[in-house]
Design a protein around this ligand. Structure first.
Ligand SMILES: Nc1nc2c(c(=O)[nH]1)N[C@H]1C(S)=C(S)[C@@H](COP(=O)(O)OP(=O)(O)OC[C@H]3O[C@@H](n4cnc5c(=O)[nH]c(N)nc54)[C@H](O)[C@@H]3O)O[C@H]1N2
Ligand SMILES: Nc1nc2c(c(=O)[nH]1)N[C@H]1C(S)=C(S)[C@@H](COP(=O)(O)OP(=O)(O)OC[C@H]3O[C@@H](n4cnc5c(=O)[nH]c(N)nc54)[C@H](O)[C@@H]3O)O[C@H]1N2
Ligand code: SF4
Ligand SMILES: [Mo]
Length: 740
């Protein structure tokens, strides 16, 4: 039922306070103007500061809800898998089929044969992939992946350095910084808390210096920065280590801070100065690796060390590389040796989660039986609490296709026989898409809960239509470090025959003989219960009425303030109790690819890989402003704003006879995509960019006309678990030159 809220002049219009909660780094306020059961307009937060204003995608959401392409009815595959031919069936038939396949797979192979391919499509606390996880847990368990595409490199480094993922300060604290370095960070497009751009604009107005280190001249660099430093992808650790060289040799490090709060500086110093390996990590050394001129490195190092408090914000993009955690570790350590941690205006580079919602310990659900008793994974930080669950029962997300194809014989913990896909465009969003299709085609059964016929849904045997967050109630927690919650009131009834993931799982559970897995509570009752475990949601009804609760914090949150102000009583949650420049937990792994101090180590498909002779361009696959991953891809307004294209520098374009707008192929041994070129100096020579999330759409020859970046990425992992989506070598040629 649609609720009554404010009544504007046209009394047939109801304004429903709701929100947007796909996985885009936001979570924003939307007010749906509903007339005759239809959303006719979307407004955003015009209320009290700080406003939680929706971006272009949220404001265009009507085109997604009312898209003619919405999945309307349950579908069953006819014809070959992946061919895309389906027939309409009833909900009963669809659910009976899914239940009987689940039972068959479990009976024949055991629960570990069921892969939960759960994605981040919905970020509300009630709906989405977590309901399927709950159902499958009660059903005896399932196999899942580890290795978050988003941030595993940064997360691993934060755990190793600080023993926690709660690093950085809340965005309002940027106003206290004298210098901000946006290192591989583009919040003007790639949202990381909705208010970030506003604070950067205020910083700029105030006059503090902002520097961008990025192979691309991003919108953030163009809008906020005084200086852009282009750098070769995958080499950031070298520049950060050379900055440490300048700081140490010029005696600009904070020795008092180092002595009091850190361990292992001497070992790092020996590596940096070349005492360990005979190679001093000078600015010249780094110039030859990064292409950043030595004097620019020197200047930035001096400025950073002498402009205290300064915020080095080390984004996740450069960590999404083949040795990603070394970059993150090097950044974390640089913030430590300059004493920029635990103070206003400083910033402990790391995972970033300044504000963590205050959760009371509620009743815990059962554990996934497939994982119970499995020993910790080799090379995991299993001695630390928090971070990634180290169970060896999980398969790295990059290796999942290899695992499907090779199973236990290939050394994996399971023989996967079916995929349960929910809130995920799995095939499109994991590296090496063509191998993914090959792997998925070997499965015995695939069920997909979706809103649209995505490239992944196309591979389903049964596809179930799911409603959107406009058609149900939910609470969305803050994405990273912002203090608020959104309450998404249901604005309209579910369109067509679509249902929520929760409703689907309830129905299935009855058929699976586990009706106790889900009670009969209403959405409101369930959400009220969820909210009751959050200390920072004092008044559920007020939040529901307003569509948002903004939590008042007396001053900006500074992570590690307690540790710095009163170290006696507040050790860092590392094994040593201090910031670990040298990490013994890493040393104990005895893996030269995971050294105990941060190092620059070159890697596969780096600029100096012999493969560069054949594929000379380094590929970035960034997030973009018109989509959250592959979501919004099919929204016409978004396509109008920024057509999908490959960024290429004029130097590289000219050498290939490519003019702006020409149709080109970007390719390597894994595949070939065909999209227009955007010839621009906003990307450095030797690097090209294809934003991730365009839908895979192969022609008869296998050339992807959609331009899915993951056709080109490698299904490998970094030693610490990063998904290396920004490490791939490619070539570009005019499409008309492609061999037939
Ligand atoms: N609009 C929008 N916002 C989003 C998302 C979205 O899809 N759309 N997704 C959300 C999610 S789930 C996530 S995980 C985050 C991701 O957030 P990020 O990881 O920060 O996103 P990216 O845009 O991929 O990367 C940030 C910047 O890193 C740069 N970069 C890439 N490789 C390198 C490198 O080797 N060195 C250096 N110095 N720079 C490099 C890119 O050019 C880019 O400008 O964003 C969130 N926000
Ligand atoms: N090359 C490359 N690839 C990347 C990245 C990169 O930087 N480069 N970034 C990676 C990152 S950081 C992430 S987080 C992943 C994200 O990858 P995914 O989690 O696969 O995210 P989406 O592509 O947005 O797909 C989510 C799907 O969920 C559906 N959906 C939305 N709401 C619901 C719901 O309530 N229920 C159900 N059942 N479905 C729903 C949407 O229609 C959409 O198709 O992509 C990763 N892929
Ligand atoms: S897409 Fe993200 S940033 Fe944009 S309105 Fe939705 S939640 Fe906010
Ligand atoms: Mo992500």
């Amino acid at each position: 039922m649609t609720q009554k809220h404010a009544t504007p002049s046209d009394n047939r219009v109801t304004i429903v306070p709701t929100g947007c909660c796909h996985d885009c780094g936001g979570r924003c306020v939307l007010k749906a103007h509903v007339k005759d059961g239809k959303i006719i307009r979307l407004e955003t937060d015009n209320g009290e500061e700080p406003q939680i204003r929706a971006c272009l995608r949220g404001r265009a959401y009507r085109q997604r809800v009312y898209s003619p392409d919405r999945l309307k009815y349950p579908l069953r595959r006819v014809g070959e898998r992946g061919e895309g031919r389906f027939e309409r069936i009833s909900w009963d038939e669809a659910l009976d089929t899914v239940a009987s396949e689940l039972k068959r797979i479990k009976g024949t192979y055991g629960n570990s044969a069921i892969l939960l391919a759960g994605g981040s499509g919905n970020q509300g606390m009630l709906h989405g992939a977590n309901q399927v996880a709950r159902m499958l847990t009660h059903f005896g368990g399932y196999t899942r992946t580890w290795g978050a595409a988003s941030y595993e490199g940064s997360l691993f480094a934060s755990m190793a350095t600080y023993g926690t993922i709660s690093t950085g300060n809340t965005r309002d604290d940027l106003l206290n910084s004298r210098l901000i370095i946006m290192w591989g960070w583009n919040p003007a497009n790639t949202i990381q808390d909705p208010g970030t751009s506003l604070y950067l604009a205020k910083v700029r107005e105030k006059g503090a210096k902002i520097v961008a280190v990025d192979p691309r001249y991003t919108d953030s660099a163009a809008t906020f920065a005084h200086q852009w430093i282009p750098i070769r992808p995958g080499t950031d650790a070298a520049m950060l280590i050379a900055m440490a060289y300048v700081i140490i040799t010029e005696n600009l490090h904070d020795q008092v801070f180092i002595d009091k709060y850190t361990v292992g500086f001497d070992k790092y110093r020996e590596y940096v100065l070349g005492i360990e390996d005979g190679i001093p990590k000078t600015q010249k050394w780094a110039e030859s690796i990064t292409t950043v001129p030595a004097d620019i490195i020197t200047d930035l190092a001096r400025e950073y060390a002498t402009s205290k408090p300064a915020a080095l914000i080390a984004g996740w993009g450069p960590a999404r590389t083949a040795m990603g955690e070394q970059y993150s570790r090097a950044a974390n350590v640089l913030t430590a040796i300059t004493g920029n941690i635990g103070i206003h205006g400083g910033y402990a580079a790391g995972f970033m989660r300044a504000y963590s919602s205050r959760e009371k310990r509620g009743p815990r659900g059962p554990k996934n039986p497939v994982e119970v008793g499995a020993p910790p994974r080799k090379d995991s930080l299993y001695k630390l609490r928090g971070g990634t669950n180290p169970t060896s029962a999980r398969i790295h997300s990059s290796k999942i296709y290899d695992a499907i194809l090779r199973g236990r014989d290939g050394g994996y913990p399971a023989d996967i026989k079916m995929a349960y896909v929910v809130a995920s465009n799995f095939i499109n969003q994991h590296p090496n898409t063509r191998r993914g299709v090959e792997a998925f085609k070997t499965l015995e059964f695939i069920v997909v809960h979706e809103q649209f016929m995505t490239p992944t849904a196309k591979l389903g045997d049964i596809v179930l239509p799911v409603n959107t967050f406009m058609e149900r109630n939910d609470i969305a927690p803050p994405w990273l470090g912002a203090p608020y919650y959104i309450y998404l009131n249901k604005a309209i009834d579910s369109l067509y025959e679509s249902k929520s993931d929760l409703e689907i799982c309830r129905e299935l559970s009855k058929r699976l003989g586990i009706p106790h897995a889900f009670g009969n509570e209403s959405e409101d009752e369930l959400l009220r219960n969820i909210a009751s475990f959050r200390e920072d949601i004092p008044d559920y009804d007020a939040m529901k009425r307003d569509g948002v609760v903004k939590i008042k914090i007396p001053e900006p949150i500074v992570s590690f303030k307690e540790q710095i102000d009163d170290p006696e009583h507040n050790p860092f949650p590392t094994l040593s109790g201090k910031i670990e420049i040298y990490c013994k937990h890493l040393a104990d792994m005895n893996n030269p690819m995971i050294p105990p101090i941060p190092k620059y180590i070159t890697h596969w498909e780096n600029y100096d890989d012999p493969l560069a002779a054949k594929y000379p361009l380094q590929l970035l696959t960034t997030h973009c402003k018109t989509r959250a991953h592959s979501t919004w891809y099919n929204v016409p307004w978004m396509k109008e704003i920024e057509p999908h294209s490959v960024w290429i520098n004029p130097v590289d374009a000219e050498a290939r006879g490519i003019k702006d707008g020409d149709l080109v192929d970007v390719f390597n041994d894994r595949g070939r995509i065909r999209i227009p070129a955007w010839v621009t100096e906003r990307i450095m020579p030797g690097v090209v960019n294809v934003s991730q999330g365009a839908w895979y759409d192969p022609d008869e020859e296998g050339v992807d006309r959609g331009g899915c970046a993951n056709v080109l990425t490698n299904d490998e992992q970094s030693p610490g678990g990063a998904v290396p989506m920004n490490t791939a070598l490619v070539q570009v040629e005019l499409a008309s030159h492609a061999a037939p």
